[in-house]
Every structure is written in structure tokens, then in C-alpha cells.
Design a protein around this ligand. Sequence first.
Ligand SMILES: Nc1ncnc2c1ncn2[C@@H]1O[C@H](COP(=O)(O)OP(=O)(O)OP(=O)(O)O)[C@@H](O)[C@H]1O
Length: 264
Amino acid sequence: MPIELINASFTYPDGSPAVESVNLTINDGERVAIVGQNGAGKTTTVKMMNGLLRPSSGSVAVDGVLTSARTTAVTAKTVGYVFQNPDDQIFGSTVRGELEYMPRYHKWDEVKREARVARAADLTGVAEHFDVNPNDLPFAIKKFVAIGAILVGECRYVILDEPTAGLDSRGLALLNRMIDQLEAEGISVITITHDMRFVVESFNRVVVMAHRTVIADATATEVFASDGILKEAKLKRPEVAQLARDLGLSHTALRLGDVLPLIA
Ligand SMILES: Nc1ncnc2c1ncn2[C@@H]1O[C@H](COP(=O)(O)OP(=O)(O)OP(=O)(O)O)[C@@H](O)[C@H]1O
């Protein structure tokens, strides 16, 4: 069952409209990147998906149930949201404590708790830091702790807000391995990102937001082939894709792997 936004709009209490008439369906097991300039409405849109915000008008449904009819805690069991800044999310005094927070809150038995914590730690590579205070860890590892704390739960959709910010190539490889693993388990991954290289390397479906709404929902190839979409959303092609165009090699190549055969 999908997440379905129908004409979903959101206005903050101070009267600022943040999202206007978004229509979007995310299906089970999909990988979706949401891109667009600062202030385009991406974070507000995903917060509506997991019930942190409820639409001011229109509707948001998860598995056919309106988020407005559920508490945030219930919607968040199905749709997990990892904050952009781990410091906004993490409050445990050890990594283990952070990962065990949700199982203890839901009073899971020890066997289930241990199994879910071990799985989340394995996916995010944080087991070796179990006894460390998250605040003493480098930012990149803290990000994985924040992801792990959400993956402990049994959500079927995971939203990652700017996951590549602050990651080195090792962190990026770990992130991609984790996303592949989640996909293999049938869990949807929805990512907000400004990192166009990450988009083309790791996502096929791309939702483009500009001026508070969705202006395109297409494959990465279609989005990055369209000067109109890129201009309206003020987005840049990944360097490799732009170079392939400039050299007259291809209008659709996005990754190094697409371009190399053309010059071999
Ligand atoms: N708490 C808030 N109160 C009032 N206005 C807000 C609040 N949060 C966001 N906004 C406004 O809503 C609009 C959309 O913001 P949102 O954070 O959803 O965009 P975004 O695309 O996620 O941007 P970014 O890439 O910077 O995270 C912006 O104009 C922003 O200033």
C-alpha cells in the first residue's frame, strides 16, 4: 500500500505557505529522490508523509489511512523520518541507548529488541561505537546513528533528509550498501538531496520541487535531459552528464559508466 498525497498543501502557523497542491504517490519498495532549491518545500512535504505535519488542505494517506486520523507516533511506525541534522534527533547518552530507545518505548521483549538493534547496527555500521556517547562521534558516524535509531523500528518507508552531507567516500559506500539492502527487503527509501551525483548513482525516480510544489516526477534520465525542468528548479546536471553534453557525446549519459564506453 502506498503513501498518497492528494492536493496536499501546508501553511505554517505564522501564515507562510510552504507546500501547495502536491500530488504524489510513493509505492512499496520504491527508491525516490526529492530534489529542489532551498525553500522549495521538500522537508515540509516529507514531514507530511510521516505525520509530523498534517496537511492544511488536501490529504495525505498511508496504507489508505489519512494521517489526520492517526497520531504522529502511529504513522511514524510505518514511515520513518531521519532528520537532516542528527543533533535534532539524537538524545541518548550512548549509541546503544539511542538504538534501544524505540524498542523500550514500545516494550518489545528482549529477543526482538536485541535482534532489531543488531540489524540496525549492522546496516549502519555503528556496532563498534555502541558504548560511545553519540556527541563524541564524528558528524558522519552520528548521521548513521540517527539512521540506525529509525531502522530499529519496523517502518516500511524510510525518509532520509540530506543523507550525503558530510559523508566521505567510505560513508557514501556504506550509505549506498544500506539503501540496496533496504530495497532488497522491500523497504522504500525516500531521499531529499542536493547531491545530484548521488541522485543519478542511486535513484531512478526523481521528484523535482520548485516554488512550493512538484514540477516533475520522472526518471533521472528524463529530468536531467530537460533544460526546462532544470532551469525552473534551478538545478545543475551532474558534472559528468554536463561534460558528456558539452563534448557532444550524449544527451542522456548521467554517470561515468555511461560515458566511458562512448570514448573507449
Ligand atoms: N517552521 C517554519 N515556520 C515558518 N516557515 C517555515 C518553517 N519551516 C519552513 N518554512 C518555510 O516553508 C518553505 C518551505 O520550506 P522547506 O523547509 O519545506 O523547504 P526545503 O525544500 O526542504 O528547503 P531546504 O532544502 O532548505 O531544507 C520555505 O519558504 C521556508 O522558509
